[in-house]
Design a protein around this ligand. Sequence first.
Ligand code: AMP
Length: 509
Amino acid sequence: MNIATQLVRSGLAQGDRPAVARGSMVLTNYAELSDRVARLAWALRENYLLNPGDRVALAMKNCPSFLEVLYACWHAGLVAVPINAKLHQTEFAYILENSGSRLCFATDELVETLAPLSLEHLVCVDTPEYLTLCGADPMACAARQPNDAAWLFYTSGTTGQPKGATLSHRNLLAMSYCYFADVDQGAPWECILHAAPMSHGSGLYSLPHVAQASCHVLPESGRFEPAEIFALIEAWPNLSFFAAPTMVKRLLDDTMDRDTSNLKSIFYGGGPMYVADCRAGLERFGPKLSQLYGQGESPMTITALATHFHADSAHPRWLDRLASVGIAQSVVEVRVADDDDNLLPTGEIGEILVRGDSVMTGYWGNPIATAETLRGGWLHTGDMGSFDDDGFLTLKDRSKDMVISGGTNIYPREVEEILLRHELVSEASVIGRPDPEWGEVLIAYVVPAQAGQEDCGSLDAFCLEHMARFKRPKAYKFVAELPKNNYGKVLKTKLRELDAAALANGRGD
Ligand code: AMP
């Protein structure tokens, strides 16, 4: 099945429903969107002589044409390659080359960056040329097999070059089912706000919302501005959105009195949400949070912590559950295994493995990495974690972020969780530093809640009070901000480099 048939269906059955809006203004309904997609699809095949299976890149910030281009690619039987609009020119060049994209759609501010790259075709969606393409003859939705590639999802590359996780039509369909079953339960689904990049989580979750004929709301600023997000929540009934934990935190930092009664749900994921922030979110927004854990290789679909688990504060293990990433999503099996892929018992920490319909078919053009990552038929996530007796998975750290000090494994996330409970701490990231005596020692990088509140003694006392002695950081380093990638994820690799440089310059303590 071609995933684009879901838009055809919404266009027919719910044609008059608003499909795309900018700010509070509706731009298109489902009948119009579906029609434009069928026309653009034909133009892709006819004007550019693209064949089914050819790749088309989307170097586009969130904008009204994003969905149009995405679905037109699928409607025409092509493979979409959405690329984060904030990447560097060399990263665009790498992904365009690696995916073999024959055509690249771009929003106007990216044209200058992309034009010098070797590209067969570059089309700016903000030009009359693009409008002409949307006026071509309409074509019927191309036939696709379930395992045919639909979306090349380039991983965020927190280590090394990004790899293109090849997501098939079946994978995307499975992810959509899980959205309704595990992540955002309970009708009506009316609007989805695209506050995070559509090239990643927010775009993936546009699929169940197209199937459901929800309105896709794009912030006018094209960015994540808390004041604007709150205004859109007030403007749109039953609004849901995907947010990285850092975005939730930014919303919580806004202290104005806001009416969020229209909010249906915020689904967060993509990085650790600390319990303190989660509780603050529940207090601020009510029981409207849900969490998902996934990775490009099994998009949005490994585990989920549904809203009702967040809300169940009377449960004896409520706080443990908030600290977890929830239970396996409906279409996957999740297990924790040792280095030899043997299943580990409940409570033991090992690598998280995933198997099921949402797991990628492989890495684009990289059979060696594919064989390694999908060995034995299981996706090896590189994440470490453990299950509890109720089937809730708690993530520890990626294996490479784990610190071994004096022969003992320490998971920095545990230490970060505790530091974040200290009132002087706004953000914290803990890394291992090579040490001749211990092998590694823990160093905490801390963003103080307010400048001038840097107090190592108070943090150290707090750690001594709340964690085993051997886990406490050896040094605290105060910084104005933590190094993050374009998705707001803390780059521990970069932090380790900065730490090594500081040490070399005699600024280690
Ligand atoms: P990416 O493939 O770029 O989306 O990155 C996926 C990685 O983000 C996962 O392998 C995890 O390490 C991390 N991640 C995703 N969701 C969560 C979550 N809910 N909690 C903690 N880490 C997460």
